[in-house]
Design a protein around this ligand. Structure first.
Ligand code: 0WD
Ligand code: CA
Length: 380
């Protein structure tokens, strides 16, 4: 420590840097244009599966294999409403899992993480879906979000909290929306086999407890990232068979008939598809376009790296640089705000469209999200 009055000139700490981090973060797209930031090519660190009872398994049992219909003859004719509601086992959405499954994977693999000693202590741990929401924030005009953040052993953990509006919407979800959700999962069943080279079996149940999750490492600017994301299937015939480049994301969307409908699809839906698949390095999104009666009669592959081309010359389009620069700015904001290392302390970042991101501070229940079993095992 430097003693006062020992002849040294004392330089004042610049204010607003760490000692006084800003208390809000603007989200306007214009503030985040500029060059695309560094984003490390995502690499897969591991994976896990959740079974029909939502039980964790440290293996790939829930991974399915891409098995599109033969391209000869006519197009597909998938009835997405088949099996609804009798063969639908939806996950219980009242169960708040937070980061639990990802934390279990991390606990079991913390000794074998690459990146050198201390890599985890400098990293941000979260779900891919949370990062997707950050990427699309500068363009989002409907849904806000809340992200809870805790620092523990250096690592910054980010876990989404359902907003009151989202909860109200979920509880009041009209039956037609519930069926639409089913149809998305049904499409996966028509497009995936349980074994490489096998054929899809659409006669079974659709159980949305089942999931295969890839755990990935990347870095955005100077933020090392460890995140997990649900993967729909792997393509046994992929040109590059190594994960994540063999993975395929499946989506359904309304059939489009006018240039105006395509324009709107490129501006809104493709942004979400791009953000979700770019983060884990999933190279292709295969879309099934459904008729008003719920039949998929055409398929189209959208390479993730070509999605931006559809809006590059659109004044009302989105820009990947804005998405990534905003995400990097948010991660810096969070890193500078959550200074104390304490798993029971939560900084809650809240955002509503048209406003900046704001922060509130909480301790313990109901906001703390790092489970005791995790904190205790990591403290050993
Ligand atoms: O409890 C929560 N609030 C959340 C839980 C929010 C986000 C994710 N999760 C968990 C779930 O355990 C889920 O299995 O994460 C897993 C998926 O994580 P993710 O990949 O980070 O999520 P995201 O990219 O938002 O969604 C990927 C897929 C979705 O596919 P589509 O094509 O619709 O984007 O994961 C599914 C869905 O099939 N999915 C969920 N499954 C169960 N519970 C959930 C959820 N809450 N959210 C998305
Ligand atoms: Ca999907």
């Amino acid at each position: 420590g430097t003693k006062r009055g020992a002849g040294k000139i004392e330089v004042a700490e610049p204010r607003n840097k760490l000692s006084h981090p800003p208390s809000s973060l603007p989200t306007d797209a214009v503030l985040y244009s500029g060059p695309f930031p560094f984003y490390r090519r995502p690499s897969q660190l591991g994976y896990f599966s959740l079974d029909a009872e939502r039980q964790y398994h440290g293996d790939a049992r829930a991974l399915r294999y891409y098995s599109p219909p033969p391209t000869n003859g006519q197009g597909p004719n998938f009835d997405l409403r088949d099996g609804y509601p009798n063969r639908y086992q939806p996950r219980d959405e009242e169960v708040r899992e937070g980061l639990d499954h990802l934390l279990r994977w991390l606990l079991e693999h913390r000794g074998q993480l690459e990146g050198g000693p201390g890599w985890l202590a400098g990293a941000i741990v979260t779900w891919r879906g949370h990062l997707t929401k950050l990427l699309t924030t500068p363009y989002e005009q409907q849904d806000g979000w809340q992200l809870a953040a805790s620092r523990f052993q250096g690592t910054l953990y980010l876990s989404e909290v359902e907003t009151l509006a989202a909860r109200a919407q979920r509880l009041a979800r009209p039956p037609l929306l519930r069926e639409l959700t089913y149809m998305g999962y049904k499409f996966e069943q028509y497009m995936c086999a349980d074994k490489p080279g096998g054929s899809p079996d659409p006669s079974g149940e659709v159980n949305t407890n089942v999931a295969f999750c890839s755990v990935l490492r990347s870095r955005l600017g100077n933020h090392p990232l460890l995140f997990a994301g649900e993967v729909d299937c792997t393509d046994p015939q992929a040109a590059s068979p190594q994960p994540p480049t063999c993975y395929v994301e499946l989506k359904t969307s309304k059939e489009m008939h006018s240039p105006g409908q395509w324009r709107s699809f490129y501006r809104h839906k493709l942004l979400k598809w791009w953000a979700q698949s770019f983060l884990p390095g999933v190279p292709n999104v295969v879309a099934g376009f459904r008729t008003p009666e719920g039949f998929v009669c055409s398929l189209k592959t959208f390479p993730t790296m070509q999605m931006f081309e559809h809006v590059r010359n659109d004044r009302d389009g989105w820009n990947p640089s804005v998405c990534m620069n905003f995400c990097a700015a948010f991660l810096s904001f969070a890193q500078n705000t959550v200074v104390q290392d304490d798993p029971r302390l939560v900084h809650l970042f809240s955002w509503e469209p048209g406003s900046p991101v704001t922060v509130s501070v909480h301790r313990d229940a109901p906001h703390a999200f790092l489970p005791t079993w995790y904190v205790e095992a990591m403290t050993q």
